[in-house]
Design a protein around this ligand. Structure first.
Ligand SMILES: Nc1ncnc2c1ncn2[C@@H]1O[C@H](COP(=O)(O)OP(=O)(O)OP(=O)(O)O)[C@@H](O)[C@H]1O
Length: 241
């Protein structure tokens, strides 16, 4: 589904992502972990054309090279992301926020009614439909994160990039969130690529984990393999797990 080859991104003299290659298959949940500054968000930003990679990189989504394609055109193809800092529109209702997602999705120009319907359906799936008419600014953080997921879902993603969606949540809220993400995959067939620092969240649900350190991919494997990997323990998990 997503195939990344030799992805490199430099900022001045700093190599933020250092020749990274990997694939994500249909229906997979893949975690992306690593210390602060490892290049995880830069990798997401480069995949979604927020940044341009250095020449020579290939980023293929469903066999099409998406390097240089506008972010909204990438989203229209089904590659959709959430952000590290929640970006709900505070002055809009929960339903209006969710409906806004539909405007950026696979269907380029749904009617307002269709967008609201898709938004409502996404809220039901996420379990936030009882808050449809609440102003987004009045939601607690856990529900803002659910709303971000609902908005992404309304855009009908095939691959969802999640950036630290579990941070700031209680263990109970994290369990609910990971359950929703698993349902997104199982019931909607959405693949997930998930940056997370909270190991309990990502290790329990990911099929595979990719580890970055100083821009380089230092390991890739099942959660069990990653937990036992000496290089990963030394670079990261020794402090975090
Ligand atoms: N727009 C930018 N301009 C210059 N340097 C940047 C820019 N974005 C990121 N960097 C640098 O690139 C490196 C990788 O940063 P990045 O945010 O991708 O790491 P990260 O793994 O997502 O970290 P964290 O876990 O703290 O979010 C860091 O050294 C960062 O300072």
């Amino acid at each position: 589904m997503l195939s990344v080859t030799d992805l490199r991104k430099e900022f001045g003299g700093l190599v933020a992502v250092d020749d990274v290659s990997f694939d994500i298959g249909d229906g997979e949940i893949v975690g992306l972990i690593g210390p602060n500054g490892a290049g995880k968000t830069t990798l997401f930003n480069t995949i979604t054309s927020v940044h341009e990679p250095e020449p020579g990189a290939r980023i293929e989504f469903d066999g099409t090279d998406v390097v240089g394609l506008d972010t909204h055109l990438i989203a229209r193809r089904g590659l959709v992301r959430t952000f590290q800092i929640v970006r709900v529109f505070d002055e809009m209702t929960v339903l209006e926020n969710a409906a806004a997602g539909a405007m950026f999705g696979s269907d380029a120009s749904p009617s307002t009614e269709e967008a609201r319907e898709r938004g409502r359906e996404a809220l039901e799936f996420i379990g936030l439909d009882d808050k449809a008419d609440t102003l987004a600014s009045n939601l607690p953080i856990a529900q803002k994160k659910q709303l971000e997921l609902a908005r992404a879902l309304a855009s009908e993603p095939r691959l969802l990039l999640l950036d630290e969606i579990a941070s700031g949540l209680t263990p109970g809220e994290i369990a609910g969130l990971t359950d929703t993400i698993r349902r997104l995959r199982d019931e909607r067939g959405v693949s997930v690529f998930w940056i997370e620092h909270i190991m309990d969240a990502i290790m329990g649900v990911a099929d595979r984990i990719i580890v970055l350190n100083s821009g380089k991919k230092i390991a890739e494997g099942t959660p069990e393999q990653i937990r036992a990997n000496e290089t990963v323990i030394e670079a990261y998990l020794g402090d975090e797990a």
